[in-house]
Design a protein around this ligand. Structure first.
Ligand code: SF4
Length: 422
């Protein structure tokens, strides 16, 4: 894929698992053939940026010898499938049954490349909030799980495990009939419910509770998952090589790629997990769910993209350090090098968009939305300081930034940035 900083290659290692050696190899290739920046996407895929067109073949050849890459229909399972103590059902057998059913006929070839199926076992690190054409989410009890089926975001009903793969196949067939641009959201909800009526259970199950994710997570057989995030979704080849070294010192044999730009190292003991996270933190990785950088998206901007007008990630880092308390996890800030908005295409509560004249602030919109306010580039830290002061001054007891700003509205927010909170 062509981007402003060269070609971008997205990789889905088989099973979403990558070893420290494989990570080191990807980092080495990114350094050699690209701009040395590696990303873990919001969906948990690996992206290498800045590749030169004449280097793509050599890059692909090098990667294929060390990492098995998934091809065909995108079927995503929970990152800790089969390891998570809180999982209701292991989603992998069901995912495999769907993959087999689709690959056996001509269906896979008829589907567009963006069609995605999510099979979520309901554990601590799920795939909540990620869009999917078809989603199955485990619910009920571990000994008799049921699967809640959603197509294009519409709830269709509950399925028994033995019926779920067939139902997904039927829905994918309907999507394929729409042609290569067909998506789950284009299907008729009433027709889907009617088609699946013989399989869908009338009973309902309470959804699995969504618990706050810890920084380390208990796994089967006494193992521990150590969660590490990439600040703004990206890291340099040198930092990832350092992470691979730290993992091997802690006895980690595999990382599981996870949504929200994270890797989970599978450790034998709590002490290994703590040692690994300490080393990862020293390398600049996120090791705490409370880290303010988790609330901020930023692209490479002018540091590596021809379209970039501001160094988005350093700006984001400065803001995170200066106003850590403000980034309370209730809202997203997007710092974008230009109006394309690659790092966060959907709307965010606050978006800062670089352009030739400075930086636009968009409240409750995307980088492409009409700006709420224009700022000079050097006024951005002051602007964010004023936003934080507005929240501190106006918040009700225990009120989050998102709730407070929603109550105040865009006009009050813009006025506070312009004049300071009085
Ligand atoms: S949003 Fe960022 S990465 Fe995307 S084109 Fe603009 S500057 Fe480049």
């Amino acid at each position: 894929m062509q981007t402003g900083d060269g070609l971008l290659v997205r990789l889905r290692p088989v099973g979403g698992v990558i070893s420290p050696d494989q990570l080191r190899a990807v980092a080495g290739s990114a350094e050699r053939f690209g701009n040395g920046q590696i990303e873990i996407t919001a969906r948990g895929n690996v992206q290498v940026r800045g590749l030169r067109a004449d280097a793509v073949a050599a890059f692909a050849q090098g990667i294929e010898t060390v990492v098995a890459i998934e091809t065909g229909l995108v079927i995503e399972v929970s990152p800790l499938a089969g390891l998570d103590l809180h999982e209701i059902a292991d989603p992998r057998p069901l995912a495999e049954a769907i993959r087999k059913a689709v690959a056996d006929g001509a269906l896979e070839a008829a589907l567009g490349p963006k069609v995605t199926v999510v099979v979520d076992g309901g554990g601590r690190v799920g795939r909540y909030g990620l869009s999917a054409d078809i989603r199955l989410t485990a619910g009920g009890s571990t000994d008799a799980p049921m699967w809640a089926l959603e197509v294009g975001g519409n709830a269709i009903g509950l399925l028994r495990t033995q019926d779920a793969a067939g139902a997904v196949w039927a829905m994918l067939s309907l999507i394929a009939e729409l042609g290569p641009r067909g998506r789950g959201r284009n299907l008729n909800v009433a027709a889907m419910r009617q088609a699946l009526a013989p399989l869908v259970a009338a009973a309902s199950i309470p959804p699995a509770p969504v618990r706050p994710e810890p920084d380390r997570i208990e796994l089967t057989n006494g193992r521990v998952g150590a969660i590490v995030g990439l600040a703004f979704g990206a890291a340099s080849a040198a930092a990832l090589t350092g992470l691979a070294d730290a993992a091997q010192h802690a006895g980690i044999a595999e990382f599981h790629l996870a949504p929200q730009h994270r890797l989970i190292g599978i450790c034998a003991t709590e002490a290994d997990a703590a040692r690994f996270q300490q080393a990862a933190g020293a390398l600049g990785f996120i090791i705490s769910a409370a880290d303010p950088r988790r609330a901020i998206s930023a692209c490479i901007g002018s540091e590596g993209c021809a379209s970039g007008t501001i160094a988005a990630r350093p700006v984001a880092e400065t803001l995170a350090q200066a106003e850590a308390e403000f980034f309370d996890g209730s809202f997203a800030l997007h710092v974008s090098g230009c109006a394309k908005g690659c790092a966060h295409p959907s709307p965010a509560l606050l978006t800062l968009v670089g352009n030739e004249a400075g930086v636009d602030l968009v409240v409750d919109g995307s980088a492409k939305s009409a700006p709420t306010l224009h700022l000079a580039s050097d006024a951005v830290p002051t602007g964010v300081r004023r936003l934080a002061a507005l929240w501190r001054g106006e918040r009700k007891l225990g009120e989050s930034v998102a709730a407070c700003f929603k109550r105040l509205g865009a006009a009050s927010i813009a006025a506070a940035v312009r004049q300071g909170w009085q």
